[in-house]
Design a protein around this ligand. Structure first.
Ligand code: NAP
Length: 319
């Protein structure tokens, strides 16, 4: 059997694409992925606690609860869900061929790639433990920074790019002080962002410093820092840590069969479209978005990708 539409991923982009595609009678199949050490079905929101900025939930919603609702909504329209990863693709001939981690092959007329991007972490054991338990460690200030737990605290941000500056500036709304920890003595961020950070009285810089340990049992209490030049170790007391050292889009399984942009995200060359370099293959969510990276923008591009896939399938006379 050749599928009309296969959707790869299980974050807000994938489930929104499935809802739209199912309601358009495309009978989509979603490959939601297998749980692994680094990722679980549902994507990055499964590691988020309170989501306060997804419209429609005036009192906020827990990240995993939001994903469960989106999945259920897709299933209510008979979306079929496979608990497998797509491990390789063949986009050189049509119908497209996808291979799953269960060793199965599936043919599809159209494909939506919504595999997301993974926030990069420092990969310190206590960082990971406290990030997963909601203990004051996060990789998204806009998602978590406004939570009561972070109010009026000294907050640390790691990184030297635009994200680290943007997150630091955002956190100054809530924090008593923001300490930006960077491994070098000059920032990678754009000059205008640097200027904003350097003139903000609530932001302090710790140059030439790396985090070697995250302290605290149930919640973070501080960090161990090492000076990269002198190797001297110091302790920094803080009530939150935001890691902003970039994201890595999940594209390895595509094996260079789709054009990526200069940052490694799937390129969608036409503005306001989700079509990729391969006709019939569309991309949605964080895997194609190096800029906004929000749950609601992922859902929006998921909707766009399903509408575009449906129009392409109809235009081609496949359905
Ligand atoms: P980025 O530009 O790649 O910067 C990552 C930063 O993290 C760098 O300063 C890097 O240090 C540091 N870093 C990387 N690995 C590290 C590690 N293991 N330990 C400590 N530090 C580490 O990523 P980004 O800031 O997320 O930005 C991504 C893209 O989005 C950029 O093109 C950016 O311009 C854009 N963006 C724009 C805006 C805006 O204009 N408002 C906002 C956010 C993002 P080094 O500098 O030493 O390499």
């Amino acid at each position: 059997m050749t599928e009309k539409l296969a959707i790869i991923g299980s974050g807000p982009a994938a489930w929104t694409a499935a809802i739209y595609a199912a309601r358009a009678n495309l009978n989509p199949v979603v490959y939601e992925g297998e749980p692994s050490r680094a990722m679980v079905p549902g994507g990055q929101l499964m590691f988020t606690t309170e989501v306060e900025n997804y419209p429609g939930f005036p009192s906020g919603i827990q990240g995993p609860d939001l994903m469960e609702l989106l999945r259920k909504q897709a299933e209510n329209f008979q979306t079929r869900v496979q608990a497998a990863d797509i491990t390789s693709v063949q986009f050189g001939s049509h119908p497209f061929l996808l291979k799953s981690s269960e060793g199965k092959e599936v043919e599809a007329l159209a494909v939506i790639i919504a595999t997301g991007a993974m926030a990069n972490w420092l990969n310190l054991p206590n960082e990971q433990r406290l990030a997963h338990s909601g203990g004051g460690v996060s990789a998204c200030a806009i998602c978590d920074g406004g939570l009561p737990a972070y109010r009026d605290k000294v907050l640390a941000v790691v990184g030297g790019g635009d994200s680290a500056i943007e997150e630091s500036l955002y956190l100054t709304k809530f924090a008593s002080k923001v300490i930006l920890i960077h491994r070098r003595d000059s920032l990678r961020a754009s000059p205008i962002m640097q200027e904003r950070a350097k003139t903000n009285p609530k932001i302090e810089f710790k140059w030439n410093s790396i985090v070697t340990d995250v302290l605290g049992d149930k919640v973070i209490s501080g960090l161990t820092l090492q000076d990269t030049k002198t190797k001297e170790e110091t302790t920094l007391d803080c009530g939150g840590l935001f890691v902003a050292i970039g994201h890595t889009p999940n594209v390895a399984f595509l094996d260079d069969q789709i054009t990526l942009d200069e940052k490694g995200f799937i390129a969608t060359p036409t503005p306001w479209r989700t079509a990729t370099s391969v006709e019939g293959v569309f991309a949605a969510g964080d895997v194609m978005d190096p800029y906004f990276k929000q749950a609601i923008t992922a859902a929006g591009t998921g909707c766009m990708s399903a509408l575009e896939a449906e129009r392409w399938i109809t235009f081609k006379g496949f359905a």
